[in-house]
Write a protein that binds this ligand. Structure first.
Ligand code: IPM
Ligand code: MN
Length: 360
C-alpha cells in the first residue's frame, strides 16, 4: 500500500527488536512507505563469502535502506559487513549530526554540529599485510577523488542546511602527504563556495575544544555549533563517538551513508548481542536504540538530510519525519517512559508505545 519501498536490513543482536519498533512507529504515523526486508548474512558463492544477491538487488532497486546494527568481528574473521555495504554501493559520505536533545540533561548543553566522514577509504581500505614476522603494515589510502567528493558534499550540505562554516579536521602535521592532500582537496572545493567560511583544525585540538564546549560560554562559545566538520574516515569514526557522548550517548546520533545511487541509514551504536531479547529496565541499549532509530528514521525521511540528491529524489516525507521526531523527543523530555541508558526504567516496547500514543 506504500508509495515508496524501502529496504530494511534488521541486523544482528538488538537489531530485529529495533526494526520491529520502527515498523510499528511508521505504521502509527501512517508513513506512506512499505518495507522490503532482506538479510545481509554472508553466503558462500564460488568459494567466497558475499552479501546475498537478493539484498544487493533490493538496495539497488529501492535506493534507500534502513539498517540495524551488524556485528563486526574484532581482530580476525570476515570483513565488516558495514564496510562491505558502504563499499558495494559507494556510499562516499557518512553524515552524523550531533544535536543536544531539549529536556534531556547532560553536562553539555546546546551541542549542535554535523560530522561528515569520508566513508570509503582511509584506514578502512582493508589493505594489510605482514611485512616480516612481527611487523605488519595497514595501508591508509587517500585519493584526491574521494577527498574532493566528500568535501563537495560537506559544502553542499552546509549550504542547504544554513550552516555557515566547514572545518576540515586532520593530522596533516603528521600525515603530511595523505591528510595534506585531503586538505588540498577541501581547499580547492572551498573556492566554489564563497558564501561558506572554511578553516582547518587538528583532530586532537578539536577533541579538546569540543569536550569543553559545555556551559562555559565565556571560555568556549559552543565552538562547533553552526558548522559542518569534514574529515577522513577513521577520524570521523572516533570523533563522531566522542560528539555522541556530549549529547548523551551513541544512540542519540543518527547516521546516513550517502551515495549517488543509494543511501543507507543506520544508528551509530552496535548490535549489543548480550542484551538482545531481554525486556524491561535492564535493557539499556536495545531500548535506547529505538530512540536513536526514531531520530534516524526522521533523518531518513527528511528531505534535508541529504543535500545532494539521494533522499529528496526519492522521498520528500518531511512532514512525517517531523511528526515522529517530535513524538520521540517529547517522550525523552518527559522522562516518564525512557529506558535505562537514559536513566529510565522502561522497555523498548513501552518506549515505542509512548511514542505511538503521541502520534495518535
Ligand atoms: C560506525 C561503526 C563501524 C565503523 C564499525 C561497526 C565497522 O563503528 O559506523 O561508526 O567503524 O565505521
Ligand atoms: Mn564507529
Amino acid at each position: 500500500n506504500g508509495k515508496y519501498t524501502v529496504t530494511l536490513i534488521p541486523g544482528d543482536g538488538i537489531g530485529p527488536e529495533i526494526s520491529e519498533s520502527i515498523k510499528n512507529i511508521y505504521t502509527a504515523a501512517q508513513v506512506p512507505i512499505q518495507w522490503e526486508e532482506v538479510s545481509v548474512t554472508p553466503v558462500l558463492k564460488g568459494g567466497k563469502t558475499v552479501i546475498p544477491d537478493s539484498a544487493i538487488q533490493s538496495v539497488k532497486r529501492n535506493t534507500v535502506a534502513l539498517k540495524g546494527p551488524l556485528a563486526t568481528p574484532i581482530g580476525k574473521g570476515h570483513v565488516s559487513l558495514n564496510l562491505t555495504l558502504r563499499r558495494t554501493f559507494n556510499l562516499f559520505a557518512n553524515v552524523r549530526p550531533c544535536v543536544s536533545i531539549k529536556g534531556f540533561k547532560t553536562p553539555y548543553e546546546d551541542v549542535n554540529t554535523v560530522l561528515i566522514r569520508e566513508n570509503t577509504e582511509g584506514e578502512y581500505s582493508g589493505i594489510e599485510h605482514e611485512v616480516i614476522d612481527g611487523v605488519v603494515q595497514s595501508i591508509k589510502l587517500i585519493t584526491w577523488d574521494a577527498s574532493e567528493r566528500v568535501a563537495r558534499y560537506a559544502f553542499h550540505y552546509a549550504q542547504s542546511q544554513g550552516r555557515k562554516r566547514v572545518t576540515a579536521v586532520h593530522k596533516a602535521n603528521i600525515m603530511k602527504m595523505s591528510d595534506g592532500m585531503f586538505l588540498s582537496a577541501c581547499r580547492e572545493v572551498s573556492k566554489e563556495f564563497p558564501d561558506i567560511a572554511y578553516d582547518e583544525d587538528l583532530l586532537d585540538r578539536v577533541c579538546l575544544q569540543a569536550s569543553n564546549c559545555g556551559n562555559n560560554v565565556v571560555q568556549n562559545p559552543r565552538p562547533y555549533s553552526d558548522r559542518v566538520m569534514v574529515m577522513p574516515n577513521l577520524y570521523g569514526d572516533i570523533l563522531s563517538d566522542m560528539c555522541a557522548g556530549l549529547i548523551g550517548g551513541l544512540g542519540l546520533t543518527p547516521s546516513g551513508n550517502i551515495g549517488r545511487d543509494a543511501s543507507i541509514f543506520e544508528a551509530v551504536h552496535g548490535s549489543a548481542p548480550d542484551i538482545a531479547g531481554e525486556q524491561g529496565a535492564r535493557q539499556p541499549y536495545g531500548a535506547l536504540a529505538v530512540i536513536y532509530d526514531d531520530v534516524e528514521v526522521s533523518m531518513s525521511l527528511s528531505e534535508s538530510s541529504s543535500s545532494i540528491d539521494s533522499i529528496d529524489r526519492h522521498m520528500n516525507l518531511n512532514q512525517y519525519a517531523e511528526k515522529i521526531e517530535k513524538a520521540a523527543l517529547t517522550t525523552i523530555a518527559e522522562g516518564k517512559t525512557i529506558t535505562g541508558d537514559l536513566g529510565g526504567k522502561s522497555s523498548t516496547k513501552e518506549y515505542t508505545n509512548a511514542i505511538i500514543e503521541k502520534l495518535a
